[in-house]
Design a protein around this ligand. Structure first.
Ligand code: ATP
Ligand code: MG
Length: 151
């Protein structure tokens, strides 16, 4: 398990980080996003989507749990906030083992369903529009992505 962090000072900067990360991802990669309400999980995902060449606008999928977008690779954007205290399996494995990139907001609420290999992104509030973005990787694959991202 290794952790690396960086900070951003605007939503644009957070989107740019997501966009750069997108260029490093491979089919089947899974990102789990942690952070308080309004920390910037969806903002980060919007940047990621831009980096994947998604043309449609990415919005918070709170009411649908998962939305799929077409891009260079498909993007599966989940927000599992509503699944807190639920053990419902909405067919997570098809996404996690699919050909696209899966991004899960509030991933801690579906801990039992998550694949063991994943890249966790934790966004924390700082003063004003600043955020600390901490990447935790638990495999060589994700570790090299983070090293490249932050270099
Ligand atoms: N550095 C920053 N990074 C990301 N967002 C920022 C930053 N500074 C300000 N913001 C603003 O914070 C808000 C983040 O909202 P966003 O919907 O991305 O959060 P979220 O973590 O997805 O929330 P939720 O838990 O409700 O899904 C946006 O209004 C964005 O413009
Ligand atoms: Mg959100």
């Amino acid at each position: 398990m290794s952790k690396h962090n960086t900070d951003t000072h605007s939503s644009d900067e957070t989107m740019q980080l997501g966009e750069k990360l997108a260029s490093l991802l491979k089919p089947g990669d899974v990102l789990t996003l942690e952070g308080d309400l309004g920390a910037g999980k969806t903002t980060f995902t919007k940047g990621l989507a831009r980096g994947l060449g998604v043309k449609r606008t990415v919005n918070s999928p709170t009411f649908t749990i998962v939305k799929e977008y077409e891009g260079r690779l498909p993007l599966y954007h989940m927000d599992v906030y509503r699944l807190e205290n639920s053990d419902e399996d909405i067919g997570f494995d098809e996404y996690f083992h699919g050909e696209g990139i899966t991004v899960v907001e509030w991933a801690t609420f579906i801990e039992d369903f998550l694949p063991t290999e994943r890249l966790n992104v934790k966004i924390s509030y700082q003063e004003g529009d600043s955020r600390v973005i901490e990447f935790t990787s638990n495999s060589y694959h994700y570790e090299s992505i983070v090293n490249e991202l932050l270099s």
